[in-house]
Design a binder for this molecule. Structure first.
Ligand code: ASP
Length: 623
């Protein structure tokens, strides 16, 4: 039945009376296409609106039939409003409402009415009212959904295949809202600091910067390829040569790496570069941005400046370059304590230039055998031969190794680690890198078991600085850049670079860490041609190859390149932390799954033979 024009007009004019009910399953909106679809959003109405005549649009979240009276929870992006259809008052609308199914798209008109005392729903923002509907238009029917929207147990692949449905869930709306707020706050902040937002090419050139790149074949130049930009690094440096001085961009970056829970192949960065800048200035610039973001999205007061640790200090104390400082359990150095020890394992590690360290897992003496086995397995995975421990129970140190300790050693141990009844002490004795990374992982696992890392309201920001410039790859038998090839060595370490002591050179590189997650990293850059060429050479790129890979940069540096530096923050990780989710795909509208596939679009997909011909390509390896 097609409603009369007069009745529909009423839906946009709150004060007029309705004369009769209307219901339609035909596109009624055609008649009223020049008016608004709705007067209010589904999260807007309150008790104070009682008596108002409203029109709402949205999806049927649920339908309940109560002996002829039909209740609909009507949902849009802003919330849910309960709509009541009463057959005795508006029989046509009520009987059409009987046929509604979940996710049908409808438009209703009616009067805002306070709910009866005792039937209010405090969980809903609109829970004190309902709309008594007298008109219903079905804008589009929905088939039965492939999965129930509110169900937690639905597999992620099924959700990703139907992402357009998954996005209707309030959590997803919330995550996308947080993301929008963060990017908007970023733009406002940098604008207020006289930065220019500048787009750089996505189709770029393949250069060895760190990550594996996605290649894009060129049709016009058969056999040649672009690379999708893994970061705007070289462009932003060239913008500095171009005199831009203060650049930022919310940039898409593409890295052909295996996806993980907190890593994706197509990521978004807040990318920043500044000329005539010091590390200190970058730190306070980014602290200001993060304080503004977390104030806006979490109403949190972030205290600045952030604490700082050197890479060496972070590894020594936390066994990682991204320490979670929401809890202590620091690694304690015991080299002095065991230097003369009779315990062979510790003594041998020290005699061969290694270290002995331990952590005190307070109150964890009741660890189960299964948990100890799990920790030992982790220790082995990270290169240890085993995991020595002491449980402190009933005033006794229970451990097969204690009998080898002298009284002096025991005393020193107790005071260095603050050992008390109920504690569990876990040891590492090996080369420095192995001990740090093993105890760093064990520390995190113990924190996980004891629930010490659950507090997502804590905001433990931290700068980690003075990273090594270079690291030696046994596999490739060559030196690689720890950050990237454009990172500047610390002034006082340049002589070490010249002397070939590459492992000892520190970089002017820094990471910003939040609750144990690296949310950004950057560096002061090399801006001199000769130093850059030297760095390429150390990385195994000889002058002729430099001229093929980086002629633009080396040339640009000859024409007055200013000192500069910058940073990039991961938007996806930042949103994850701000929104309190631990799956990075939950903060991206259309993510690839954990195997890098887009299940909704079914990509990657096979090209048409014609496309391959045009590109001059042939597929030689099939899956
Ligand atoms: N381009 C670097 C990265 O993507 C960050 C930087 O150095 O600014 O990690």
């Amino acid at each position: 039945m097609v409603a009369k024009a007069k009745e529909r007009r009423l839906t946009t004019e709150n004060t007029e009376e309705v004369t009769s009910a209307s219901v339609t399953s035909c596109p009624l909106w055609l008649i009223f296409q020049f008016m608004s679809y709705r007067t209010n959003h589904c999260g807007a109405l309150r008790k104070a609106d009682s008596g108002a005549r409203v029109t709402l649009c949205g999806w049927v979240d649920s339908r309940r039939d109560h002996g002829g009276v039909v209740f609909i929870d009507l949902r849009d992006r802003n919330g849910i409003t309960q709509v009541v259809f009463r057959p005795e008052e508006h029989s046509d609308a009520a009987s059409a409402a009987h046929g509604l199914r979940g996710e049908d798209v409808i438009q209703i008109s009616g009067v805002v009415t306070p709910r009866l005392a005792g039937t209010e729903n405090p969980k809903l923002a609109t829970g004190e009212i309902e709309v008594v509907a007298d008109a219903l238009a079905i804008l589009n029917k929905a088939d039965v959904l492939p999965f129930p929207l509110g169900e937690d147990s639905v597999s992620e692949d099924l959700r990703l295949e139907h992402r357009y449905l998954d996005l209707r869930r309030p959590e997803m709306v919330r995550n996308l809202t947080v993301r929008h707020k963060i990017t908007k706050a970023t733009r406002d902040y940098f604008d207020s600091q006289s930065f220019l937002e500048i787009e750089t090419p996505v189709l770029s050139k393949s250069t060895p910067e760190g990550a594996r790149e996605f290649l894009v074949p060129s049709r016009i130049f058969p056999g040649k390829f672009y690379a999708l930009s893994q970061s705007p690094q070289q462009y932003k440096q060239l913008l500095m040569v171009g005199g831009v001085e203060r650049y930022f961009q919310i940039a898409k970056c593409f890295r052909d790496e295996d996806p993980r829970a907190d890593r994706i192949t197509e990521l978004t960065q807040i990318d920043v570069e500044v000329s005539f800048v010091t590390e200190e200035e970058i730190f306070s610039l980014i602290e200001g941005l993060l304080a503004q973001i977390f104030h806006l999205v979490r109403d949190a007061e972030v205290s600045c400046p952030f604490p700082r640790l050197t890479y060496q200090g972070a590894m020594n104390r936390y066994g990682t370059d991204k320490p979670d400082r929401r809890f202590g359990m620091e690694l304690v150095a015991l080299d002095d304590t065991f230097r003369e020890s009779q315990f062979k394992v510790f003594r041998a590690a020290l005699d061969s230039g290694g270290v002995v360290k331990a952590i005190n897992a307070k109150g964890f003496a009741n660890i189960t055998t299964g948990q100890i086995e799990n920790l030992t397995e982790i220790a082995r995975q990270y290169g240890a031969r085993g995991l020595a421990f002491i449980k402190v129970e009933n005033g006794e140190w229970k451990s097969p190794i204690v009998k080898f300790f002298s009284d002096t050693e025991k005393k020193a141990l107790a005071s260095r680690l603050g050992i008390e009844e109920g504690d569990l002490i876990l040891f590492g004795a090996d080369q420095w890198e192995v001990v740090c990374s093993v105890l760093g992982r064990i520390r995190l696992r113990v924190a996980e078991i004891l629930g010490l890392n659950k507090d997502s309201s804590a905001l433990e920001f931290l700068w980690v600085m003075d990273f090594p410039l270079l690291t030696y790859s046994m596999e490739e038998q060559k030196w690689n850049a720890v950050h990237h090839p454009f990172t500047r060595p610390k002034g006082e370490d340049i002589h070490l670079l010249e002397a070939g002591e590459f492992g000892k050179v520190r970089a002017q590189a820094y990471d910003v860490v939040l609750n144990g997650v690296e949310i950004g990293g950057g560096s002061i850059r090399i801006h001199e041609r000769d130093l850059q060429a030297k760095m390429f050479e150390v990385l195994g790129i000889p002058p002729d190859k430099q001229q093929i890979l980086f002629p633009h940069l080396l040339k640009a540096f000859r024409f007055g390149s200013p000192p500069h530096g910058g940073i990039a923050l991961g938007v996806d990780r930042l949103v994850m932390l701000a929104a309190g989710t631990d799956n990075i795909r939950d903060v991206v509208a259309f993510p690839k799954n954990n195997r890098g596939e887009d299940l909704m679009m079914n990509s990657p997909s096979s090209p048409e033979p014609r496309q391959l011909r045009e590109l001059g390509l042939q597929i030689t390896r099939k899956p």
